[in-house]
Design a protein around this ligand. Structure first.
Ligand SMILES: Nc1ncnc2c1ncn2[C@@H]1O[C@H](COP(=O)(O)OP(=O)(O)OP(=O)(O)O)[C@@H](O)[C@H]1O
Ligand SMILES: [Mg+2]
Length: 501
């Protein structure tokens, strides 16, 4: 038989003493705090906290009346609602997007950037002046129309709505100043969707004025032309003119016209609207597209001459003219640059080129020795080389290639500048000489001659017609003559009376 024997001090705690300790408020407080601490740890560790918050919120929601404000993506004229874009930028800057239950992840502008995108009908919470508001990313699958819905408590509305909307404007402006992600808009097939005609992707073209091989004087002139355009809002308004400027880029294929458009957009920080004329239904569809562009944008129509000559577009000449004039209308007038690219001005109707429709004509020639040196510097990191004199000599014979062709040769041989230069020399001697043939050299001569005659007399017919250019010998003779003349003239021929930008 065993007996439990406790140490003597245990017998000191009588039941009444234990009761006393339990009823001690400090002990009770300690127990309660400890309990809540453990509960919190449990909720957070297991993620039950989120479930609890959701329950709590739905209970809370039952005791409040809410008001809803819709911010649609387009207005009734199908023009983009600027406030929608602002809300979008604002919401993506919120930490709650990162904390939300579900978010889409996409590659950003740089390949190692990751950006978050809301799912259709996803809800994002925000706090403002102690009040909680929610945004719903409404996407209707049947109409593809999108909107943000602001949900705000009626009790808070009077106090916070206006300052909150103002706050969104301010945050947007600040974010725009620090980083603006440019967009490249492309028109989608007119038959597919009559409402949403533009689709965009981030505009990531790396071309800048520094990477374009172009006569430095001309480049500087163009830069200051754009700079003064940016500052000329008051000036244009005082004249009662739309704050816009139109450029015609003309020259053979691969001479940098498209790259220049990208450089312009990057320089101005403008979005690009690239109009594919083959996807435009008719003249009024083209106007609708213009109507749906936003301010601070470069609107580009590439290869206009090809479309008009091949008739591979449903848009007529008068449609194009109306489109060019349409930008003067108040609805789509502000802060827009319009750019048309063509291979040659010869086939273009003079009505398109008239002052007011085109303000600045920029010629993109095939490579000369100076452009070649710029390319060698940027593609190969070579400022001077023992093969340069040989290259210069070949250029002097009239042989030439486009910057695109020379660039490709340099990229392919970028590990060995000597090999790259040798391959350029070989190409100039073989293919470059072919440029002296009727098809290419003749075109260049006609291009150059029409440019000179345009600048000097306003006559588009050109001094040299194809019939006059018969033999390579003739061509080289004429080319030498033209080179002398073209040295005197400039490639930037701002239309008289339009030096206002
Ligand atoms: N002047 C230039 N300076 C630097 N790179 C150039 C230049 N011209 C062409 N390139 C390079 O050649 C390639 C083609 O140029 P781009 O597409 O701009 O020519 P394009 O004149 O628009 O041709 P196309 O008339 O065929 O559309 C680009 O990769 C570009 O980097
Ligand atoms: Mg192009």
């Amino acid at each position: 038989m065993f007996h439990l024997v406790f140490p003597p001090f245990v017998y000191c705690f009588s039941v009444s003493t234990i009761m006393k300790i339990l009823c001690n408020p400090f002990f009770l407080l300690f127990i309660i705090v400890g309990f809540f601490f453990l509960l919190r740890v449990l909720l957070i560790r297991t993620g039950l906290i989120y479930v609890t918050k959701k329950w709590w919120r739905s209970i809370e929601d039952c005791f409040h009346a809410y008001q809803f404000f819709k911010v649609p993506e387009f207005n009734e004229n199908m023009q983009e609602n600027q406030f929608y874009s602002k809300v979008s930028v604002y919401l993506y800057s919120l930490a709650s997007v990162e904390d939300s239950d579900f978010t889409n992840l996409f590659t950003g502008k740089k390949s190692n950037d990751i950006i978050l995108r809301l799912d259709p009908n996803q809800v994002i919470d925000d706090d403002f002046l102690g009040a909680r508001v929610s945004w719903i990313n409404e996407v209707k699958t049947d109409t593809t129309s999108r909107a943000f819905i602001l949900k705000i408590r009626k009790a808070d509305k009077r106090r916070i709505l206006r300052p909150y909307l103002q706050y969104i404007h301010t945050v947007f402006d600040e974010l725009q100043q620090t980083k603006r992600e440019l967009k490249l808009y492309m028109n989608i097939d007119g038959n597919q969707n009559h409402n949403r005609r533009w689709r965009f992707v981030p505009f990531t073209h790396p071309s800048t004025f520094e990477t374009i091989a172009m006569e430095s004087d001309l480049k500087n002139k163009l830069k200051s032309d754009l700079e003064s355009f940016l500052k000329a809002k008051q000036y244009y308004h005082r004249l009662g003119r739309a704050w816009k400027r139109s450029y015609l880029l003309y020259g053979p294929s691969g001479t940098g016209k498209s790259s220049f458009v990208a450089a312009m957009a990057n320089f101005l920080g403008y979005d690009v609207y690239d109009i594919d004329l083959s996807r435009v239904l008719d003249d009024s569809d083209l106007k609708l597209l213009l109507l749906q562009t936003t301010t601070k944008s470069v609107i580009v129509v590439e290869d206009l001459d090809r479309f008009l000559m091949d008739k591979s577009t449903a848009v007529s000449l008068s449609g194009v003219l109306n489109f060019m004039d349409g930008i003067s209308n108040s609805c789509c007038a502000e802060e827009r640059i319009m750019v048309f690219t063509v291979n040659s001005k010869d086939q273009i109707d003079p009505a398109i080129l008239r002052p007011g429709r085109i303000d600045v004509h920029i010629h993109f020639p095939l490579c000369d020795f100076s452009a070649f040196k710029t390319l060698a510097n940027s593609y190969l990191g070579v400022k001077d080389h023992k093969l340069f004199p040989q290259v210069e000599e070949i250029f002097q014979t009239g042989a030439s290639l486009s910057p695109a062709e020379i660039g490709e040769l340099m990229i392919a041989n970028r590990n060995s500048p000597s090999r790259a230069l040798k391959s350029v020399i070989t190409a100039l001697q073989t293919e470059g000489d072919c440029r002296g043939s009727m098809d290419n050299m003749g075109r260049r001569l006609l291009d150059a001659s029409s440019r000179n005659s345009t600048e000097e007399s306003g006559d588009h017919s050109g001094i040299f017609s194809k019939e006059n250019v018969n033999t390579i010998k003739d061509i080289k003779k004429l080319y030498g003559l033209l080179k002398l003349r073209s040295k005197k003239s400039q490639s930037l021929d701002s239309t008289p009376g339009h030096k206002d930008g």
